[in-house]
Design a protein around this ligand. Structure first.
Ligand code: NAD
Length: 338
């Protein structure tokens, strides 16, 4: 099989949690690839994540909005971009419930602006074929909706049924990406991944919240009874899966990415507390800090990923277990704390 080989990439949202890990990962594995990183630097971003890049000369940061059509077009032209990897998004479900507008602006209209710029630049002006450009869109398993305990896991053919403003905005962007493939022949790939965790994740997300509460000896808030189930994947495993899809995935197709790691929220909190007991035995048992709080509105009960396709077609399996991955996050947060 002929693998796709990007040379000059536009990575959006590369100062965020997953995007910054992806840039580190690419620079280790493909130091010859040149990266333009377009990020608005919202509350969720930090340029500190990019301070220790192995090849800083191959990374060019631009602060800007993916919804700025003139800026995006000029970057594609000026840097002779052949590949877009699109992470930029408003990503926090609770924020989408409190204020959905930014989610529509960035996730829906911003993605549309990127697609349109790519179509005009690559297909209309440069007349590239499918082997000489690529648009990879990063999405989430939340677009598929909510499962009961006994439902089969989400596959690539599961119908979309988003239920929060966040997942609805991501679903809309996924549909646009597929539409640009079917209508205009834009060479796209798309991935829908389960919950990520790892160093540099924003403090408001579930796992950093639990670990920081343990470090601070403050209550660990758990929505409702803590029975909601999520599948967890270590961030660098997600990045490797994206790299595989980008270089070896079939144009026009979606791939589900998961960790085969389904946990009830409360059981996961207890698991983290037990690890924290070993790190700080003087405060054991940390599980005493777990505190129920009012449930999230419309809280999806369960997400689960059927990863058969990416496993069999691209040979992807996660490297980290929840234990090894969580130890890395705890060590990272402890180092920042003390
Ligand atoms: P994040 O919130 O940590 O980072 C998002 C980045 O996008 C930030 O750096 C932010 O400044 C940037 N951004 C936001 N709006 C922008 C705009 N209009 N223009 C340019 N940049 C903008 O998010 P993350 O957790 O790293 O998620 C990255 C992608 O992965 C998102 O598309 C998200 O939907 C998807 N995803 C995340 C998870 C997860 O568990 N975190 C799981 C599956 C999929």
């Amino acid at each position: 099989m002929n693998h796709y080989q990007p040379k000059r990439l536009l990575i959006t949202g590369g100062a965020g949690f997953i995007g910054s890990h992806f840039i580190h990962d690419l620079q280790k594995k493909h130091p010859e690839w040149f990266i333009v990183n377009l990020d608005k630097l919202t509350y969720a971003a930090s340029l500190d994540h990019l301070k220790k890049l192995p090849h800083p000369e191959q990374h060019h940061f631009v602060q800007g909005d993916i919804g700025d059509a003139d800026l995006v077009s000029s970057l594609l032209k000026k840097h002779a971009i052949d590949t877009i990897v699109h992470f930029a998004a408003e990503s926090h479900v609770d924020r989408s419930i409190a204020g959905p507008e930014a989610f529509i602006q960035t996730n829906v209209l911003g993605t549309f602006t990127l697609l349109e710029a790519a179509r005009l630049h690559w297909l209309t002006h440069e007349k590239r074929d499918a082997q000489s450009c690529r648009f990879h869109h990063i999405s989430t398993d939340e677009v598929f909706g909510s499962l009961t305990l006994n439902d089969p896991a989400f596959s690539e053919s599961t119908a979309y049924q988003p239920r929060s403003p966040y997942s609805a905005s991501k679903a809309a962007s996924d549909h646009l990406v597929h539409a640009y493939y079917h209508t205009y022949g834009l060479p796209i790939t798309l991935s829908n991944c389960s919950n990520n965790y790892g160093p540099h994740q924003h403090a408001e997300k579930f796992i950093p919240t639990v670990i920081r509460a343990c470090l601070n000896q403050t209550p660990i808030p758990i929505y409702g009874e803590g029975k909601n189930i999520r599948d967890w994947l270590y961030v660098d495993d997600h990045c490797e899966a994206i790299r595989l899809i980008l270089t070896q995935g079939k144009v026009g197709e979606s791939y589900n990415i998961g960790g085969n790691n389904e946990w009830e929220n409360k059981k996961l909190a207890v698991f983290i507390c037990e690890l924290m007991d070993k790190h700080a035995p003087e405060h054991a048992p940390h599980a005493r800090l777990i505190t129920a709080v009012t449930d999230r509105k419309g809280h999806d009960f369960r997400y689960a990923i059927d990863d058969h396709k990416i496993k069999t077609e691209l040979g992807f399996t996660p490297v980290e277990t929840l234990h090894t991955g969580m130890e890395k996050v705890i060590r990272h947060l402890k180092a920042a704390f003390f």
